[in-house]
Design a protein around this ligand. Structure first.
Ligand SMILES: NC(=O)C1=CN([C@@H]2O[C@H](COP(=O)(O)OP(=O)(O)OC[C@H]3O[C@@H](n4cnc5c(N)ncnc54)[C@H](O)[C@@H]3O)[C@@H](O)[C@H]2O)C=CC1
Ligand SMILES: C[N+](C)(C)CC(=O)CC(=O)[O-]
Length: 484
């Protein structure tokens, strides 16, 4: 699939990073003289965030193909994401340039925050393929994308967006600013009035959000949160109790304070005092680390955005390259990132287990125990592990795992992984016993014939003697050694 991105600013850069990290090449056009530096920095932050977010091995990243014109970028494209500044005349000009050069079948998604598809489509040759695909910043982490403009084109766009780990929400009827920005603008207007009227500073308002209802919104949204706030009587009681207050004159919803120089100076000054000690890129990294932490907590709870992360990881495992011929199997590789390194300057203890666990997952997919298989309520659980740490590993190193099957019966199999550096040095080994289980009943059950046959085929290749340490535990410390 060929992807093109027109505009590589805050949002275009985020889209480019998401496509690249999902394994797609992206042709990019942006006339900004520093576009390559800006997109490069966004991609670096996005890569850092994805390496922290996902436990599954990431796909091999795609490449950025810089194009000198819109026409060059969109030639032969299947999906084009437009992220130029929010001016309708500019968007019309860009869409006309895209239509003149792109295949008729190419989909055009616009990042517009406010324009409706009917406005974007004015004067277009093939209006039905022009859609709003409105993301939220940072695009490379937040999965939601509002897809506005219906029909077959929207269905195809949703498939592509889902494939890169997004959660498309199709909006049935077009309205100005879609849904997310309608909600955000209401809060934003109120916040501007609170600063204007001298009721609160920018920091106080942010504290009320981040130490309070922002945490609720991050995992349940608005309606589910208020259902709980109604107590045991739920939403009906909540509406009965707090509904009348909605008619009291609390809000200045449609009224916007005059953004004169004095108010701009006040907001910008308070914002500098609040966050000016960090550069924007540093703030982005702080934000990304916090989002990753929230996502991981929600993954552990199988809830909300955590389910999207899990589904994306399943996709990464399934896309692992087929093993090269030969034995031991070489079906897993991992790059040691800066975040994997501890205070001793080398790969921290639990990351060894992560590499070994990911290698086991790659082996499971190799024998057919993949996400579709697990969806039938059967899986494999590791019940015993022995790791030997043999050499230090530094950030940036590429690790390759060699996997052997040391034995199996109807319900169990025993794996041996050797983690190798690029120069062939063995840096760790892991030996693992796995049980085939019925996940609903939580008990071991025999494997079906197809899995056993796959294991038999691997076992037939395992002709070398077992390593000396296979089956060994940790050596006892003899008393003489202990007191020496
Ligand atoms: N910034 C935000 O929080 C969000 C913005 N959006 C939407 O995304 C779109 C882009 O906004 P941002 O990325 O914030 O703006 P931006 O100003 O950061 O980036 C716009 C980019 O478009 C480039 N550009 C200008 N003319 C161009 C042309 N003729 N061909 C190719 N590139 C061109 C600029 O050089 C710039 O890099 C807008 O429609 C906006 O409403 C959507 C979601 C959130
Ligand atoms: C400010 N904004 C209207 C451009 C914001 C968005 O469109 C979505 C977001 O990321 O908040």
């Amino acid at each position: 699939m060929k992807i093109a991105a027109i505009g590589g600013g805050v949002i275009g850069g985020g889209w480019i990073a998401r496509f690249i990290l999902s394994g797609h090449d992206v042709a990019v056009h942006d006339p900004h003289p520093e576009a390559q530096r800006i997109v490069g920095e966004v991609l670096a932050n996005a890569t850092r965030a994805w390496e922290k977010l996902f436990q599954a091995p990431l796909p091999r990243p795609g490449r950025i193909l810089w194009a000198g014109s819109v026409a060059e970028a969109v030639a032969g494209a299947d999906y084009i994401q437009e992220s130029v500044p929010e001016r309708l005349d500019l968007k019309h000009r860009i869409i006309a340039e895209i239509e003149a050069a792109a295949p008729e079948t190419a989909l055009i998604g616009s990042s517009t925050s406010g324009f409706k598809p009917s406005e974007l489509r004015q004067g277009a040759r093939h209006p039905g393929r022009i859609l709003v695909a409105h993301p939220f910043n940072p695009v490379y982490l937040l999965p939601v994308v509002e897809v506005v403009g219906g029909g077959e084109a929207a269905g195809r766009a949703c498939e592509i967006l889902t494939e890169i780990g997004m959660k498309p929400v199709r909006i049935a009827r077009e309205i100005d600013a879609h849904i997310g920005d309608r909600l955000l603008e209401a809060v934003w207007r109120e916040a501007l009035w609170l600063v204007h009227d001298g009721i609160a500073t920018t920091e106080e308002i942010d504290d009320i959000i981040r130490f309070g209802f922002g945490l609720r919104w991050a995992q349940m949204g608005l309606f589910e949160t208020y259902r709980i706030a109604g107590g045991e009587a739920g939403m009906r009681h909540f509406l009965g109790q707090f509904g009348p207050a909605l008619k009291w004159p609390w809000t200045k919803l449609m009224d916007v304070p005059d953004l004169d120089d004095a108010l701009i100076d006040r907001i910008a000054g308070q914002s500098d005092a609040q966050s000016g000690q960090h550069s924007i890129r540093e703030l982005e990294r702080i934000r990304d680390d916090n989002l990753v932490g929230i996502f991981q907590a929600l993954k552990a709870n199988d809830w909300g955005v955590g389910q999207t992360v899990r589904a994306q990881e399943d996709g990464f495992y399934a896309r692992q390259p087929a093993p090269a011929s030969g034995y031991p199997l070489r079906i897993h590789q991992a790059r040691v990132t800066g975040g994997w390194v501890d205070y001793n300057g080398h790969m921290t203890e639990f990351r060894y287990l992560q590499v070994l666990g990911d290698a086991t997952d790659a082996f499971l997919i190799h024998i057919g125990l993949d996400a579709d298989y697990r969806a039938q309520g059967r899986s494999a659980y590791t019940v015993e592990t022995h790791i030997r740490h043999l050499a230090e590993v530094k950030a940036g190193e590429l690790l390759t795992v060699e996997t052997r099957l040391l034995g199996h019966d109807a319900k169990r199999f025993r794996l041996h992984h050797a983690i190798l550096r690029q120069d062939g040095t063995e840096v760790a080994t892991g030996e693992h016993m796995l049980l085939h289980v019925d996940t609903g009943e939580g008990r071991a059950i025999p494997m079906p014939p197809a899995l056993l046959e796959a294991l038999d085929r691997v076992a037939a290749q395992d002709r070398a003697p077992h390593p000396d340490h296979a089956g060994a535990g940790i050596r006892p410390i003899r008393q003489k050694e202990a007191t020496a």
